[in-house]
Design a protein around this ligand. Structure first.
Ligand code: PMP
Length: 517
């Protein structure tokens, strides 16, 4: 039990300390001195930290609960789980958001590069989305799908238009876990098979059913949750046993070397070999499904060899299973090159699940599948009171419109590629940055003790860099099986100036850590 808690605490930011009082309007930093200080003469980035990019939005005056009162209530009346998952020793007390910015209750501004866990897609309180929500709130804020109302139908048609044939049937839910629960049920009903395969390190939800899909022990409980769920080795080309210098679909490759010829990846063959072993040993000859994130989210932006999903889909289909893309984090243009992450793998799933970015932070999820698979589910009755809520649908529609009008996907591509390229320079500069990976604005920076061992940077060190980055005004996330990967998944409206500010802050946080070491 002790091991379990200490791991989870390491993965998150540890226990709560005292409220933050560092001013962050202009980033504060400790300039390294002495021998390590010479590292500040590094080529990258510029020696001084430039001010946070300007923002002319003025937040309201904060008049709600004091920080002390919130912490008291959090301790007394909120489930202890939320204390456990609270980020930072000195937590951030958030008051208001506007686009890529958050203000805390003391009026300090933060550049939000984690978007409430990859969820605020087009920007906090985006004016167009807010307007759509307000209009719908004035008209009708709840009815349910036993009645017929325009926002649900407008939304389903609009969402389906973002998918190729035959993915044209939508079922709306309230969260990603709920969408994946439903996907599991539909896969089993449609195929008549039971067993489902996922990748180790994946996160697909925390409900008792999806806990079985999730292959990360920190999120598992000793209950009968995963009946029929199996996992295979994650084809992680940085941390896994096999990987090389051109395996992944990213502007940045690992620093591992390989002698693969173009178009053939030996690491892929090896990881597919592992999957074949799972087929041979752990599941019956007929299976229900394979679930895969196009890029692992909670797992730390892990990317697979380019053909891995394609080969997997074929093997799964040969065994009667359907292929499910969990786009909860990668959907809605986040990967930049495509609207859906699966498109980057050149595969066609039988079902796609989504949530998070779908409604810019309003609770909503969806399953999209083929008419044929949907029909097997319709043999029984399934009802969801809030799935298809009119306000959620109005917001979802406005998000789709905004992604188009604001050129969000292009921003993801351009700013994301820039960030990845510059972060790779930091990787080349520092022994403790092992890997930089991802696509668009789904980015992971994996920290290591040293490049040779690839041993994860310990939690205390991760937390120091994490806290310092926040104290200098930038919020990022953490993930990976050992809590060793920083995650950058901002609202997709960030600018090149924001990216440069973050790069300078992150570089400084690393230097500060090295100077203290
Ligand atoms: N799938 C993925 C890939 C996720 O990242 C998450 C949430 N982190 C979920 C499913 C579950 O979504 P929710 O928290 O909305 O239930």
């Amino acid at each position: 039990m002790y091991k379990f808690y200490s791991r989870l605490n390491g993965k998150n930011s540890g226990l709560i300390g005292y409220p933050c009082n560092a001013f962050v309007g202009r980033a504060k930093f400790h300039r390294p001195s002495g021998v390590l200080g010479q590292k500040s003469a590094l080529k990258y980035p510029p020696p001084d930290l430039s001010p946070m990019p300007p923002c002319n939005f003025k937040p309201d005056e904060y008049k709600d609960l004091s920080k002390e009162r919130m912490m008291e209530i959090r301790k007394l009346n909120c489930h202890p789980m939320i204390m456990k998952v609270t980020y930072y020793k000195k937590p951030v007390f958030i008051h208001q958001g506007h686009m890529q910015w958050l203000w805390d209750v003391d009026g300090r501004r933060y550049l939000d590069l984690f978007a409430g866990v990859a969820t605020v897609s087009v920007g906090h309180c985006h004016p167009k989305v807010r307007e759509a929500a307000e209009q719908q709130l004035r008209k009708l804020w709840h009815t349910t799908n036993i009645y017929v109302y325009s926002p649900l139908h407008e939304y389903c048609e609009k969402l389906a238009a973002h998918f190729p044939e035959p993915l044209k049937v939508v079922y709306l839910t309230n969260s990603g876990s709920e969408a994946n629960d439903l996907a599991m049920l539909m896969a089993r009903l449609h195929t008549g098979n039971f067993d489902i395969i996922t990748l180790r390190g994946s996160y697909h939800g925390g409900s008792p059913q999806t806990m079985g899909l999730t292959s990360n022990s920190a999120y598992k409980y000793p209950i009968a949750s995963g009946i029929g769920c199996h996992n295979t080795m994650c084809p992680d080309v940085f941390r896994g046993p096999w990987g090389g210098s051109h395996c992944r679909d990213s502007p940045i490759q690992t620093s591992r070397e390989c002698d693969c010829s173009t178009g053939h990846c030996q690491a892929n063959d090896k990881y597919i070999g592992q999957l074949k072993e799972v087929f041979a040993t752990s599941v019956p000859s007929r299976i229900a499904a394979f679930f895969g994130e196009p890029i692992q989210g909670v797992g730390g932006a892990v990317q697979y060899p380019k053909d891995y999903l394609k080969d997997t889909y074929q093997l799964v289909r040969e065994r009667g299973g359907i292929c499910i893309a969990d786009e909860v984090q990668t959907g809605f243009g986040r990967t930049g090159s495509h609207f859906w992450g699966f498109e980057g793998h050149d595969v066609m799933p039988d079902m796609v699940t989504m949530a998070k970015g779908i409604a810019n932070g309003f609770p909503m999820g969806a399953v999209v599948t083929t008419p044929e698979i949907a029909a097997s589910f319709a043999k029984g009755v399934h009802f969801n009171t809030f799935g298809g809520n009119p306000v959620a649908c109005a917001i979802g529609s406005a998000v789709l419109d905004t992604i188009k009008e604001d050129g969000t996907q292009k921003t993801s591509d351009e700013v994301g590629t820039y960030l990845l390229t510059e972060l790779a320079k930091l990787r080349d500069n520092y022994e403790i940055i092992g890997d930089v990976r991802g696509k668009g604005l789904q980015i992971g920076v994996e920290m290591v003790k040293d490049k040779a061992s690839r041993a994860p940077l310990p939690a205390e060190a991760m937390n120091e860099i994490f806290e310092d980055t926040k104290d200098m005004g930038v919020l990022i996330g953490k993930g990976g099986l050992y809590g060793q990967t920083f995650r950058i998944k901002p609202p997709m409206c960030i600018t090149m100036d924001d990216a440069n500010f973050f790069l300078a802050v992150f570089n400084q946080a690393i230097q500060n850590y090295l100077a203290r070491k």
